[in-house]
Design a protein around this ligand. Structure first.
Ligand code: BGC
Length: 750
């Protein structure tokens, strides 16, 4: 048998390629495929969107979601899946996505997207999981694991700090090191370390002035050197401004094709000696490795079971629905409740967002039909508004007539598609005024009105939440969302999702307000670490519904909570289903460190577990908190540091429903900051060795050899004074050089 390229070591393959061939391999053939090198036998592979389905286009390529794509299961987008708090379910969705991608001969599916929801106005929040990095990281890793288990690569995106759509291709996200590490990069780090995605997609924007695609610190020092990423960095589609600079920074694959223009720039730079050929070799080698993985994972005759995937999409949709309000137990409905359905969204669902992630679904449920299937009664329907969101007196009159004749009204409201999309941000958090007017009219006609929402980013509920008995947050739920919603409304499925993002009372309360969307090409992340619930908690602001919140048709009690410190922490708690139907609870562990030496949010999610319990069942839940998640980014030494101290551990059913609180002692990491003449008196005195040496030196000044007795109030005042300045006050009596030597000696001794 003759040896093919796939059996040869990557270095040998690359060594046989010309600079032209290597440059071509590190860019696209067209919109979706990598460039093959036929002479060497290296084939082309397909990378395509993503993330919640396979968008394999049949005609010309575009990244706006315009052209036709083959049918594929449209699973619930990330906004919905984030609320499941269920890595096991997301892994199964990942497996299904991988199976479909493999059946379509797709090598890399472009997802998951795990950017932090910095503001609820981000037009692309429907494609992201949460405002919290630990949740985003844990769920993102599960999706990647599932997908890649099928021999299809993931593309973790958009790396990094792509938290708005306004000016997304140029804007500089100006973020301080701590929030960058602790909020915006933490989830990426977790997914890379835990699940090794085959590719990471760099974002369009700049970070602190430097394009992500040209950011060596981001793409090489952090991603590869610190986190150990060994896959391919691919550009977002069209994110490369300067290909040679990008390649040097660590961007391996430019997509889509530029028709050879930027390949020629690379070859010219190699020839001119301004680009070391080894840089090109490294990138080409990584692409060879990616093609090898994709070819190895491919199965030419693979198929998938579209019915089974639709059923999984329905299960995931139902698991994503958040029950926000249920006064008097109006839900679940019984089959013979005399219901009426109002709202065009019940018949014409909004089930995914617009843009590059738009899937051509294999089929499409709508809630109205699914409700009619589960109801034992006739279910009258009135659209209330047109599919373009328009209202009219006739539509309102028809709706109120239908409402008054029913026992319970299911009123479907939501954000119209044209207000929410990739490519631009929302202007406000409001439902359309016409829908709010319809709501007022319907509630007047029948106060027993359940509001069912369809929206990709959160909407303001504070205007009406207290006027209706129930609110069901239905996000964008994918192609089986109608069935998933009906399952929850009729109690076939007990709702178990929790808010992965806070629903604020007003836009003015949100963390980024005043610092969004920036101006003149820069957006300042002025809220720092305090993103999402961290902000509302730090400011003690009321919210409509807090992070982690969601109701069930049953109730849960927590008992016997314990916390013990190990490498990180382990929390155990017994959860009892005290109601009369099976359900699932999301137990959340929040950690804080009162009196910390650095700024911190009052509480941060550090662990969670979803537990399914039969009626009356009790189970002990064990939640590990990883030591890595306790660290803060110490800007003095550019490293993660776990601060020692007494941590508060709160075990809750939401970030504002804490059921048990405990404390645990954590041994901190040894951090030694070398002293210098710029160190303050306080810092010197805090270091036993340096304090001894310096006090001895001062003692020699007093003549009697006694260390000067320092009055505590003087000490407090002098504590912040740098040594060099203090010595300055002593005039000639103190030898600066000697002090420097003492400090060096103390540094060496510690
Ligand atoms: C989006 C990516 C997407 C790519 C390809 C870009 O505009 O930001 O998320 O994967 O297009 O369609």
């Amino acid at each position: 048998m003759t040896e093919t390229w796939i059996d040869r070591p990557t270095a040998d393959i690359v060594a046989d390629l010309t600079p032209e061939e290597k440059a071509s391999m590190t860019s696209g053939l067209n919109f979706w495929f990598t460039e093959p090198v036929e002479r060497a036998g290296i084939p082309s592979i397909m990378l395509t969107d993503g993330p919640h389905g396979v968008r394999k286009q049949t005609g010309g390529g575009d990244h706006l979601g315009l052209g036709d794509a083959v049918p594929a299961t449209c699973f619930p987008p990330a906004v919905a899946l984030g609320g499941t708090f269920d890595p096991e379910l997301l892994e199964r969705v990942g497996v299904a996505l991988g199976t479909e991608a493999r059946a379509e001969q797709v090598g890399v599916l472009l997802g998951p997207g795990i950017n932090i929801k910095r503001t609820p106005l981000c037009g692309r929040n429907f494609e992201y999981l949460s405002e919290d990095p630990v949740l985003s990281g844990a769920l993102g890793a599960a999706l990647v694991r599932g997908l890649q288990s099928q021999g299809v690569g993931a593309s973790l995106k958009h790396y990094a700090a792509n938290n708005q759509e306004t000016d997304r291709m140029r804007v500089s996200a100006d973020v301080d090191p701590r929030p960058l590490r602790e909020i915006y990069l933490r989830g990426f780090q977790r997914v890379v370390e835990e699940a090794q995605p085959w590719t990471v997609m760099c974002s369009y924007n700049r970070i602190n002035g430097v394009y992500a695609s040209e950011n060596r610190w981001l793409l090489t020092e952090v991603l590869r050197d610190e986190w150990g990423f060994d896959g391919v960095v691919v550009s977002d589609w069209g994110a490369v401004a300067d290909r040679v600079a990008a390649l040097t920074a660590g961007l391996d694959l430019e997509m889509p094709s530029t028709g050879g223009r930027t390949d020629a720039e690379i070859v010219a730079a190699v020839r001119a000696g301004t680009l070391d050929e080894s840089v090109l070799d490294t990138a080409a080698g990584r692409v060879v490795e990616l093609v090898r993985k994709a070819v190895t994972g491919a199965q030419p005759d693979a198929t998938y079971d579209a019915d089974a995937h639709h059923a999984l999409a329905r299960e995931a949709a139902a698991a994503s629905v958040v029950l926000l309000r249920n006064e008097g137990g109006v839900l679940p409905l019984s089959a013979d409740t005399n219901v009426a359905v109002i709202g065009e969204l019940a018949r014409t669902p909004r089930y995914q967002g617009a843009g590059s992630s738009r899937i051509n679904p294999t089929r499409l449920d709508n809630a109205l039909d699914e409700i009619r299937t589960l109801a034992a009664t006739d279910v009258p329907f009135a659209p209330g508004y047109g599919s373009d969101g328009s209202a009219s007196p006739d539509l309102t009159a028809e709706a109120t007539a239908v409402a008054s004749a029913a026992d319970t009204v299911l009123l479907f409201l939501g954000v119209p598609a044209e207000l929410e999309s990739e490519g631009f941000d929302r202007d406000d958090l409001e439902l359309p005024a016409s829908q709010v007017e319809l709501l007022d009219a319907v509630v007047r006609a029948n106060p027993d009105t359940v509001v069912v929402l369809s929206n990709g980013g959160v909407v303001r509920l504070s205007g009406f939440a207290n006027r209706v008995p129930a609110i069901v947050e239905g996000w964008l739920l994918g192609q089986a969302g109608g069935g998933g919603l009906a399952d929850v409304l009729y109690g076939v499925v007990n709702p178990s999702a929790r808010l992965a993002e806070t629903i604020p009372l007003r836009i003015e309360d949100t963390a980024a307000h005043g610092n969004f969307p920036g101006e003149h090409g820069r957006v300042r992340y002025g809220e720092g670490l305090h993103v999402g619930y961290r902000w509302y908690d730090a400011r003690q602001l009321d919210v409509s519904y807090p992070f982690g919140f969601g109701l069930s048709y049953t109730t849960f009690e927590y008992s016997d909570a314990t916390v013990f410190g190990d490498d990180g922490m382990t929390v155990t708690v017994t959860v009892t289903n005290t109601g009369d139907r099976a359900g699932a609870e999301v137990v959340q562990v929040y950690v804080g460190l009162p009196g910390s030496a650095v700024a911190r949010a009052p509480r941060e999610l550090k662990g969670f577990a979803k537990v399914h319990l039969a009626a009356g069942e009790s189970r002990e839940v064990r939640i590990p908190v990883r030591r890595a998640d306790l660290g803060y980014w110490d800007t003095r030494i550019d490293a993660w540091v776990v601060e020692g101290g007494t941590y508060t551990v709160e075990i809750g059913a939401s970030s504002r429903d804490i059921r048990a609180t405990s404390t645990v002692e954590v041994t901190g990491d040894e951090v030694r900051i070398p002293l210098s003449l710029d160190s303050s008196i306080g810092e010197v005195l805090a270091d036993p060795v340096a304090a001894g040496l310096v006090m001895e030196a001062f003692a020699s000044l007093t003549g009697d050899g006694e260390a000067p007795a320092l009055d505590p109030s003087v000490l407090k005042m002098a504590a912040s004074m740098p040594l060099s300045r203090m010595v300055g006050f002593l005039g000639d009596s103190f030898d600066r050089e000697k002090l420097r030597q003492l400090i060096d000696a103390a540094n060496a001794d510690s």
